[in-house]
Design a binder for this molecule. Structure first.
Ligand code: SAM
Length: 236
């Protein structure tokens, strides 16, 4: 088996104390991702160390930005290969997790992975965020919404903030260009009932990562999100 001491060390630096079972789950998740990636595009990076750091450690870095102890349920918008939702589930098994994506075949693989690594209380939903966020069973129902590598912050805010309960949070995983994006998204965040609470930057394997934390202060106006495609084409 590959040496994974760097990964365990990374988790410990974030304050986790991973069990053998959690590490086994990450290793198996890696194997399955690589196996399925031959048929369905789930990840551009495939080297063991890269995946463990740039996907898995990056996903659970949310612990640097917010207190996860009050989070009972979470939705990951545009989960792709399961990031950040599945690594968060492995490290926070008590949180109920919903993985949303508009590409069904990716979700089919995630269902197999979830089953294989024996995760419970984690569900996949197929659809566009613009449509799913209008359904009463999902609108303003989540303590936390997370999203990584899906859209610019202005568009993403319209896709994500409607899912969040008033007093809940939306955390966007960004790179070093986060400040520019933040500036351009302030109006959208306000219109959607959110307020930027913090922006936490840190280095991960020579890359600057930034977690933007948005607090939901008010209920989102029913006109948002606009119809599928519009948030991307005409950001607020
Ligand atoms: N979050 C993953 C990550 O960090 O590796 C995947 C990122 S991938 C570049 C973007 C994903 O978002 C794709 O799987 C795509 O199908 C999904 N997506 C894009 N727009 C979406 C929308 N409006 N609603 C739901 N999923 C969407």
């Amino acid at each position: 088996m590959s040496d994974n001491s760097f990964f365990i060390q990374g988790l410990k630096e974030y304050g986790f104390d991973p069990t053998d079972d959690q590490i086994d789950k990450f290793n198996r998740y890696y194997e399955l991702l690589i196996e399925w990636n031959e048929k369905i595009n789930l990840t551009a990076i495939t080297e063991y160390k890269d995946v463990m750091i740039k996907h898995f450690l990056d996903s659970v870095s949310i612990i640097k930005a917010i207190d996860m102890s009050n989070v009972k349920n979470l939705i990951d918008v545009g989960t792709g290969g399961g990031f950040p939702g599945i690594p968060i589930k492995i490290m926070f098994p008590d949180i109920k997790i919903t993985l949303l994506d508009s590409l069904k075949k990716r979700l089919n693989v995630l269902d197999l992975i979830i089953d294989d690594i024996d995760l419970s209380d984690i569900y996949t939903i197929h659809g566009r965020a613009e449509d799913i966020a209008r359904l009463p069973q999902h609108r303003e129902k989540y303590d936390l919404c997370v999203s990584r590598a899906v859209a610019n912050l202005s568009t993403l805010s319209e896709l994500c903030i409607p899912f969040v309960k008033p007093e809940g949070k939306f955390v966007s995983y960004k790179s070093e260009k986060a400040d520019e994006e933040l500036e351009g998204a302030k109006n959208a965040i306000k219109l959607l009932g959110g307020k930027v609470s913090s922006s936490v930057s840190f280095e991960l394997e020579d890359n600057i990562r930034t977690l933007i934390v948005i607090d939901k202060e008010e209920s989102t106006n029913k006109k948002y999100p606009r119809k599928a495609g519009t948030p991307g084409k005409e950001p607020l």
